[in-house]
Design a protein around this ligand. Structure first.
Ligand code: DGL
Length: 273
């Protein structure tokens, strides 16, 4: 195995949300080793100013690069919008993959032409998202819903499994966005533009009913990551990859989340960066 093949892929988010991306990455590249950092000690990102998100993204990227990762996945829409340009200029040789709301697939799939976008306030206000929005077909209507508090509620449900706060917030944001369904003028497609939200897809689906399509970008990010690394992936006969979990917040929370959503039993180390 080449030395690069042996290196890990670094993944980070403001918290447990990036596990939804890590799940897709592991499914797509089961032989790869991953280092996952949940920056829960400095979350949520989505309701903080850009300078905070930028500073945290730089600190985490620096840590992962110093641990010789062969690729860095920003498994956070908010951090991608705030920091990917700067990180690309600081690490020009690194395979750096970000995540952004799945507007394009939603346009291709929507029959009513009315698409909901749930994301953090910071993502929706970012220049990167506004440019993505402006590049979509003019005959589509996008209903943008900043889901204040939702990522935090999902985060808090991890250790206990109590989703009552998550359900209440999902219901509030759904009703603020409008009428969902498959009839004319109804929102038939909901883009989950924050990596925490797929972890609440069961609750969202129960509230929205079976006709509304939920879309996230986890699988697309996994594919893109694999395509960036053809020469330095681990061999197909290599043993299953390992996942190393780190957090700047509560290790118990990340450990429960990894068990609940990834069926992964792994210890979690506390990181001070
Ligand atoms: N998971 C992050 C995202 O995709 C944000 C959650 C937060 O507000 O920290 O935007």
């Amino acid at each position: 195995m080449s030395e690069r093949g042996g290196q890990s892929i670094g993944v980070f988010d403001s918290g447990i949300g990036g596990l939804s991306v890590l799940k897709a990455l592991r499914a797509d590249m089961p032989h790869e080793n991953f280092i996952y950092i949940a920056d829960s000690g400095h979350a949520p990102y989505g309701e903080r100013d850009t300078a905070h998100v930028l500073a945290r993204s730089r600190a985490i990227a620096q840590y992962l690069v110093s641990h010789n990762v062969k690729a860095l996945v920003i498994a956070c829409n908010t951090a991608t919008a705030a920091a990917i340009h700067l990180l690309r200029s600081e690490y020009p040789g690194l395979a750096l993959i970000g995540v952004e709301p799945a507007l394009k697939p939603a346009v291709a799939l929507s029959s009513t032409g009315r698409i909901g976008v749930f994301a953090t306030r910071s993502t929706l206000c970012s220049a990167k998202f506004q440019a993505l929005l402006a590049s979509q077909a003019a005959n589509m209507t996008f209903v943008l819903q900043p889901c204040d508090g939702l990522a935090h509620a999902i985060e808090r449900s991890a250790p206990t499994g109590d989703t009552s706060e998550t359900i209440a917030l999902c219901a509030r944001h759904i009703s603020a966005a409008g009428i969902f369904g498959t009839e004319n003028d109804q929102i038939d497609t909901l883009v989950l533009g924050c990596t925490h939200y797929p972890l609440a897809s069961e609750q969202l689906r129960a509230l929205l009913g079976p006709g509304v399509r939920l879309l996230d970008n986890g699988e697309a990010v996994a594919r893109q990551t694999r395509q960036r690394l053809p020469a330095c992936l681990r061999a197909a006969n290599a043993p299953p990859g390992r996942v190393s979990l780190f957090t700047t917040g509560d290790p118990q929370s990340l450990q429960s989340a990894a068990r609940r959503w990834l069926n992964l039993s792994a210890s979690v180390d506390l990181l001070s960066i």
